[in-house]
Design a binder for this molecule. Sequence first.
Ligand code: ACM
Length: 279
Amino acid sequence: MIKVGYIQFHPRFGEVDSNRIHTIELIRLRADADLLVLPELCTTGYLFEDKTELEQLAEFIPEGKSTKAWIKIAQETNTYLVAGLCEKTKEGKFYNSSVLIGPEGYIDTYRKIHLFNTEKDFFSPGNGPFKIYDIGITKLGMIICFDWAFPELTRILALNGAEIICHPSNLVLSFAQKAMLTRSIENRVYTITANRIGEDIRPSSKISFTGESQVTSPKMDVLVKASVDKEEVGVVEIDPSLAQNKMITANNHVFLDRRVELYHPLLNEIGLEKNKQKK
Ligand code: ACM
């Protein structure tokens, strides 16, 4: 059995240092956890108004202060961390990324593939590959927020052996918490959605986030769930090996029962031209 969970809190826009310090305080509260997931863009806030802000607030990975601080606390608490942050690269690109860090140090970065709404004005989309990580105590994959709406990504991670899907989020719609239950049952995996709370109120725009971070099980149960608007760290004990059982009835295996020979339309752009015209 391992202890996994989410950290739900209210990052203050632009206050990178105090947000980072607060993540460390919250991680320390559950130093007994084996794996903790933090929200998307959890050091910067979400609602950028221009590229100058992005340039000022983004960090290099792994050289940036946030990654370094999380490496230190992961070593101190012997905890694996998945945390969302705004990444800048030496080539001048910006990504909405998450890092995986463990007691052994920095492990890897995932760059959000499916950008939501105006994120497209600021970030480059990630291009995969869809990796899973065997961290000894479990095998995990990462997606970020709106990636929930593209089941192909979670499916590929589960097919590659992920037992837990880590899902740093800044959710604004009301669908994802329910959709992640579906991602759990259709792939027989655990999911950890770490959402933020509160609002980003900026000079020309405003956005509210929906909380309700959760851990879901391969049997489609919600194992622990946070409130809509409170800072909370939710941790639950799970047996990751349950995610290796892909039987949904005595006669149905969610992977082996797939009819992949019928799914080839998924791999071409059927309907794309028609839908582009409608836009
Ligand atoms: C989102 O992808 N942050 C809604």
